[in-house]
Design a protein around this ligand. Structure first.
Ligand code: NAD
Ligand code: MG
Length: 380
């Protein structure tokens, strides 16, 4: 039995993780955490019988405690609950399927407690990669990527040593607005941005895909996961989303991982620590697909990618500013308080104002996040 705890069990990645657990008799859920959807969390508790469930805040925790008092699941609330879940004795692996920088502390707590990490929460590595990667090495813990691009690279690397990587070729769908120019993006509505051509995902990452911020976060994530410098990471637009990413090795050989867009595959591959198992679902039909096409990303229109590269290049606390400004801007856009293109303006302004701190500690990162949030809130 492999014992799993899931941070963010009611979301897109969380529910797909539970689907994989359902299909494999040797996987067992021992802990669940979610933000506010306690009716779904109650169903999950009744179906999977975890020992511990954590909820975003204490009030919701009280409500849930009442609902499930006939079970023997312990309910915890707030950040303390997330930290308790991360380090719980019974688990071997933590799936970080929570959205945003709130994942940093629980992820570090789990690593310190010796848990392997199935990492979906990219914001964690983007802002605290310089702390998390050395900590994982020190604690002998594996960081197993769930993001499809990083899983593709991880799958291609199987058996190869990382030092034979010449460059990483990270593929991108280009998002729902690929091919459009800046003027055409001025009137974009929330509904338009939430329509991703190939993947069904949580709201935040779907907006990030439309701005190409998501690809920027993935480049930063790849840099930490595979220890490859930015100038050796190239983004290639591949609109059909069947090539999930590629590695060019030092002998010129290129390996790619292909398949239908289905996040359950990278989730399952991570849960089994990089071991391949049977998975049902659609298979790729090349004749039906006809062609796979490639193009360069439009960095002038979709500034999410160049801004991310700039933040990563400047390093230290700048990726935190980039990420926090984007988190806030996306939240404001989803609340219809700003326009689509304002997302870029907000990120640019926040980065311009910031003086980089090198090697920020967790407290610095969280303080900077709050600062960036407050400034944006007072200005927009
Ligand atoms: P989502 O919005 O669908 O789900 C987020 C989950 O986090 C929910 O269960 C929510 O309840 C929980 N959560 C939010 N705030 C919380 C809090 N304060 N306390 C406890 N739980 C809280 O998001 P998602 O699309 O599943 O994405 C999750 C992460 O995975 C993100 O970092 C995203 O970038 C990454 N990711 C997602 C996909 C995908 O296909 N969805 C692919 C690659 C990477
Ligand atoms: Mg991805």
């Amino acid at each position: 039995m492999k014992k799993i705890a899931i941070l963010g069990s009611t979301g897109s990645i969380g529910t797909q993780t539970l689907d994989i657990v359902n299909k494999n008799e040797d996987l067992q859920v021992v802990g669940l955490a979610a933000g506010s959807n306690i009716s779904m969390l109650e169903e999950q508790i009744r179906r999977f019988h975890p020992k511990l469930a954590a909820v975003g805040n204490e009030e919701k925790a009280k409500e849930l405690r009442e609902k499930v008092k006939d079970t023997d699941c312990k309910i915890a609330g707030g950040m303390d609950g997330l930290l308790e879940l991360a380090a719980m004795e019974e688990s071997e692996i933590l799936v970080t399927a929570i959205v945003g920088m709130i994942g940093i502390r629980p992820t570090m707590e789990a690593i310190k407690a010796g848990k392997d990490i199935a990492l979906a929460n990219k914001e964690t590595l983007v802002t605290a990669g310089h702390l998390i990667m050395p900590l994982a090495r020190q604690c002998g813990v594996k960081i197993l990527p769930v993001d499809s691009e990083h899983s593709a690279i991880f799958q291609c690397l199987n058996g190869e040593r990382e030092r034979t990587i010449d460059r990483l070729l990270i593929t991108a769908s280009g998002g729902p607005f690929r091919g459009r120019k800046r003027e055409e993006l001025e009137q974009i509505r929330v509904e338009d941005a939430l329509k991703h051509p190939n993947w069904a995902m949580g709201q935040k990452i779907t907006i990030d895909s439309a701005t190409l911020v998501n690809k920027g976060l993935e480049v930063m994530e790849a840099k930490w996961l595979f220890d490859v410098d930015l100038d050796r990471i190239q983004v290639v637009v591949q609109p059909q989303s069947v090539i999930h990413s590629m590695i060019q090795f030092t002998d010129g050989s290129i390996m790619a991982q292909l398949g239908t867009p289905d996040m359950r595959l990278p989730i399952q591959y991570a849960l089994y620590g990089g071991e391949r198992r049977y998975l049902d679902g659609e298979r790729l039909d090349f004749a039906a697909l006809g062609s796979i096409t490639f193009e360069n990303p439009d960095m002038e229109t979709f500034k999410g990618l160049p801004l991310a590269m700039e933040a990563s290049g400047r390093g230290g606390s700048m990726p935190t500013v980039f990420n926090a400004a984007n988190e806030k801007a996306v939240a404001l856009f989803l609340q219809r308080k700003i326009r689509f293109l304002d997302i870029y303006t907000i990120i640019e302004e926040a980065m311009e104002r910031h003086e980089v701190i090198s090697n920020p500690a967790v407290e610095d990162i969280l303080n900077i996040e709050q600062d960036v949030y407050d400034r944006i809130e007072s200005r927009w």
